[in-house]
Design a protein around this ligand. Structure first.
Ligand SMILES: [Fe+2]
Ligand SMILES: [Fe+2]
Length: 191
C-alpha cells in the first residue's frame, strides 16, 4: 500500500474518510474551545448543546465504531505488535463517552446555577485536550501504519465496510443530519 501512495496515487477511500472525519471533529473541538475560553462571555447554551450532540452522536456513535470494528482488527492482524496501542485507542473510545457524560452533567448544572460555569469551562477544555490527543495518536501512530501494512485486499474490505449504506454502524441514513448539525456549529468559525 505504501508503494501505491508513494507513487502519487491518492490514499484509499477508507483512510480519506477517517481523515475527513478527524478534520470535522477538530473543527467542532475548536468551536467548543472558543465558546468556553472567555470566562467573561455568557455561555451559548444552544450551540454548546449542538456540539455535545455532534460529539456524542457522530464521534462516539459512528466514527469510533468504524475504527473499532474494522480498522483496528485489520491492523492487529497484519502487525500484532500494535496490540498495546490498539488497546489504548479502545480504552480512549470508552473514556470519550464517559467524559461526555460528566461534561453534559456539568453543563446542565450551569443552567441551574451560573456559579457552576468555571468548573464546566475547565471540564470542557480538558475534553478538547483529550480528544485532540486521541486523534493525534491515530493520525500519527495508526493511519500511517495502516497505509504501510494493510494489503490492497484489506483496504478494499475497509472501503466497502465504510461505504456500506445498510450497515447501522456506518449510519449512512444519519449522514445528512450530522452534516447539517456540523454546518450549524461551524457556521461562524473560520475554516
Ligand atoms: Fe478513535
Ligand atoms: Fe478517530
Amino acid at each position: 500500500m505504501t508503494d501505491a501512495v508513494q507513487r502519487g496515487r491518492t490514499a484509499p477511500e477508507a483512510i480519506q474518510i477517517l481523515w475527513r472525519e478527524h478534520a470535522n471533529i477538530s473543527r467542532v473541538l475548536t468551536c467548543l474551545e472558543d465558546l468556553v475560553s472567555d470566562a467573561a462571555a455568557p455561555l451559548e447554551m444552544d450551540r454548546l448543546r449542538a456540539i455535545f450532540d455532534y460529539m456524542e452522536g457522530f464521534a462516539d456513535t459512528l466514527h469510533h465504531p468504524k475504527e473499532e470494528h474494522y480498522l483496528l482488527p485489520a491492523l492487529v492482524r497484519r502487525k500484532p505488535d500494535l496490540a498495546l496501542l490498539v488497546q489504548k485507542i479502545q480504552e480512549e473510545h470508552d473514556e470519550s463517552a464517559a467524559v461526555m457524560t460528566d461534561l453534559r452533567r456539568s453543563f446542565e448544572a450551569c443552567r441551574r446555577d451560573p456559579g457552576a460555569a468555571p468548573h464546566f469551562r475547565a471540564l470542557a477544555k480538558d475534553y478538547v485536550d483529550f480528544q485532540r490527543r486521541h486523534m493525534m495518536r491515530e493520525d500519527q501512530g495508526l493511519l500511517p501504519v495502516a497505509l504501510e501494512v494493510l494489503t490492497d485486499a484489506d483496504m478494499d474490505a475497509l472501503n466497502q465496510a465504510f461505504t456500506r449504506a445498510e450497515d447501522p454502524l456506518i449510519g449512512a441514513e444519519h449522514q445528512g443530519e450530522f452534516q447539517r448539525l456540523f454546518d450549524a456549529i461551524v457556521s461562524d468559525s473560520p475554516p
